[in-house]
Each structure stands twice: as C-alpha cells, then as structure tokens.
Design a protein around this ligand. Structure first.
Ligand code: CTP
Ligand code: MG
Length: 421
C-alpha cells in the first residue's frame, strides 16, 4: 500500500441501540457506570488518544436522545486534556450498520483512516485504540482487535431436528475447534475508502464492519484485543464494568508516555562489637569489596549496606517491593547470599518485569572505612552485578547519631528504570 497522504483519523461511535439485552431502561449508551454514561466513557477514551482527530457519534435518533447525547458530551468540554471541538453528533439508524453508515457519511473528506467503535465498549484501554490506528497506518487496510476464545464451543442441533420425535433438549451438533476461533472487539480500523466501499456494497446486515470488508473478499488483519474492551451487553456486564472502574481508581494508570520511574532504598547494619568478635571473626564486606583489617558489620547476610540499599532502590523503582519481600524467609535459597549476588538477582528481576535500568546511585553514611580511594573499584564490581552504572559516594554526619559514633553504617540509594517498549 502506498503511504496515506493526510494522516487524519476519525472514530465513528455507534450509540443508537436500545440495549434490549440490558433490560428496561434508557438506551444502553446512556446508562451509567461509575456515575457516567457509557457513551461519555467511550468518547473520552477516543478523544484522549493522540491518534484520533474527530469523533462522530451516532446517537439515539429521537429528539430526546439527540439532546441527551449533546448534553452528555458537552460536559466533557470542561475536562482537562480532552478537546471536544472535534465531536459531531448524527442521528443513528435502525440497525448498527445503518448507524455506522450515517456516521461515516458525516466524516469530512480530508480523513483517510476511520475507526468504528461501539459506545458499549466503554472501557477500551488507550493501547488498543492506538494499536488499531497504528496497524492501519502501517499498511493493513482493515484491522480488528481479537481475543482467543476461552470456553469450549459447540454448535447446536435444535430439538426440532433430532430424530426422536419428542426430544426434550437441543443437542450438540459438533464441537468446534476453538483454537481457530477469535472473539472480535472494537475499535475496528479501516482505510476510509475501503470502509465506504464495504458499506456501499453491503448486501447483508453484518454485526461488525470487518464483516462487510470480508464480504468484498478482502483481508482483515487481527491484532491482540484487551479483556477490558468487552462489550456491555447484559446486566452482568454493568457489574463487571463497575468493578473494572473501581480497580482503575485504586491503581492509577501508568503514564501514557514511557516516563522513567525513580526508586529509593535504604539499609543499615551495626558494626560488630568486641564481644561479637570474641565468638567469631566478622570481616567487613562493603560495596561489593572485602576490607581487610576493618571491623565487619553484623547481620545474617554479609551486611553489605551499599549493595542492599541498591537492591531496595531497584525494587522500589520497579514497584517490586523491597529486599525483605524479594529475598525473605519464604525464599530460603537467598539466605546468607552476598550483597553483590542479591544485587545481580534484583537487577534480573527488574529486567524480567519489562524495565531497563538507567543507573543506581548509592551514598554511604558513616565515619569509616574511607570509600574514596576504592570508589572506582566498588563502582566496577557493583556495576557489573547490576548490569548498569552504579555510582558510589560517601558522607559523614559530623560525629552525630549512630553513624557518627561509629556504631554502624547507613546507605541510601536511588535507582531509575524505564519501560522497554
Ligand atoms: N447500535 C447503533 N444503532 C443501532 C443498534 C446498535 O448505533 N441501531 C450500537 C449500540 O448502541 C452499541 C453498538 O452498536 O454501542 C453495539 O451494538 P449492541 O451491543 O448490539 O447494542 P444494542 O443494539 O443497543 O443492544 P441490544 O442488541 O441488546 O439491543
Ligand atoms: Mg444490537
């Protein structure tokens, strides 16, 4: 396909259905979840996408329906980050397909890509919307988001067709191989000219727009859909939608752009006392190095506060907990492991969670040992374990506190990580 000349994308939102399967009440798109109509959630999701320049809503065609849709969408204007200059409302039709055709007819000529997105899929995540637009712009003429089918699927042989005259039940026709099946969602994305051709040629009432493209004998590309792009159809779906919204409020969404994330970590250990040293020698391990002749720190591990603070900072940045939750008593294989080994494992877990490590900075607080002369050595050893630059520095506390009195050492660390995609 030759590159599309003017990258302008419109999203059509069929919202004119009555929602019969939802039961009595207002048209489905006007029913609320989280105190807001489904349509408002759906249009907000589209407007918030930097891929969408215009939204055309096919509203319930009654005067009342049109006025209600206009009112619902006008209040989106006051929301930060949502520009609603680019919303058109048209009266919908008797079927979904007619509603889409009416909305399509209202798209100005300079739009080259068109999405069709059910108002009923109100909670579709931004990545799904972006994925569909990007796939069309990358050269697929028609794109649908799909999910594998979880249930075993069987066709029905109606009881009227069973040989026994008085069959009491419908029976199984056959089990369909679900591995070759996909459940189809919206938004579906199209080259505008192709969608127009498909609608003009439509000889049947399809339940989705890709079906009309398929009827032309043309390929429809599939990309991964998302469970949260489910269609609100039955009363149960309203309960599910409320639960999805509630979970989103508890867990603020990750930033849409891949901002780096910073973490903080601390570790403290006491120096061994004369009495401790009488029972067993305690060599000092610090910043991944051995320090012959220096009193060691106490702890079940090697008590390397620098390496441990670095681990805590990494876990903190990645949202993976801390040293205790990662290498605690429930993971006995890490008991007594050297700080440097824990740092290598912490870095591995952070990367496994899909993050790059930018760098780690650790500051040691204490009177001794003098870190300065061995800084480069420490940074090399720690950096190799982390697979990223580790900067080490030190400070004293002017004789104040337990570090000032030489009772122990503290290390404070920061780390920065960022998503790999
Ligand atoms: N739709 C539309 N115009 C129609 C029928 C449906 O714009 N004449 C829209 C619906 O508002 C919905 C989407 O198409 O956003 C998907 O349709 P569906 O889930 O079937 O919604 P309803 O037709 O409203 O529900 P039901 O079939 O249960 O009546
Ligand atoms: Mg319907």
């Amino acid at each position: 396909m030759t590159p599309l000349p003017t990258p302008r994308t419109a999203a059509l939102v069929p919202a004119a259905g009555r929602g019969e399967r939802l039961g009595p009440g207002a048209p489905k798109a006007l029913r609320s979840i989280g105190g807001e109509p489904l349509l408002r959630h759906a249009v907000r999701g589209l407007l918030a996408s930097d891929r969408i320049d215009l939204v055309v809503v096919a509203a319930p065609p009654s005067g009342e329906g049109l006025a209600e849709v206009a009112r619902i969408l006008s209040t989106l204007r006051s929301e930060a980050g949502v520009s609603v200059g680019e919303v058109l409302i048209v009266p919908g039709g008797a079927t979904r397909q007619q509603s889409v055709a009416l909305a399509l007819a209202a798209v100005p000529a300079d739009f080259d890509v068109v999405l069709v997105h059910d108002a009923a899929r109100a909670l579709t995540p931004p990545a799904t919307i972006a994925g569909v637009v990007d796939a069309v712009r990358a050269g697929a003429d028609a794109v649908i988001p799909v999910l594998p089918v979880a249930d075993t699927i069987k066709s029905v042989r109606p009881r009227s067709e069973t040989p026994e005259a008085a069959a009491a039940y419908d029976t199984v026709g056959q089990t369909v191989d679900r591995s070759s099946l996909r459940a189809v969602q919206t938004p579906q994305g199209f080259r505008r000219d192709l969608l127009e051709r498909a609608h003009a040629a439509a000889g049947h009432d399809a339940t989705d727009d890709a079906g009309l493209v398929e009827a032309l004998g043309l390929p429809v590309a599939m990309i991964p859909g998302h469970v949260e792009a489910f269609k609100v159809t039955t009363p149960f779906d309203l309960v599910l939608a409320e639960a999805v919204l509630a979970a989103r409020i508890k867990e603020p969404p990750m930033p849409a752009i891949n901002l780096p994330m910073v973490g903080i970590g601390v570790d403290v250990h006491a120096f061994a006392t004369e009495a401790d040293l009488e029972t067993e020698p305690r060599p000092l391990r610090l910043a991944g190095l051995d320090w012959p002749g220096q009193t060691g720190l106490l702890g079940h591990s090697d008590a390397d506060v620098v390496a441990h603070a670095a681990c805590n900072a990494l876990f903190s940045a990645a949202g993976l907990g801390d040293l205790g939750s990662n290498f605690g008593t429930d993971q006995p294989e890490w008991k007594g492991a050297a700080g440097i080994v824990l740092l290598a494992e912490a870095a591995r877990r952070v990367r496994e969670s899909g993050l790059h490590i930018g760098n780690i900075a650790v500051q040691l607080i204490g009177q001794r040992p003098k870190l300065g002369p061995r800084r480069a050595e420490a940074e090399a050893v720690l950096g190799e374990a982390a697979g990223a630059p580790v900067r080490v520095s030190a400070a004293t506390t002017d004789g104040l506190g337990f570090t000032g009195r030489g009772e122990g050492l503290t290390a404070i660390a920061t780390a920065i990580v960022f998503p790999t995609d």
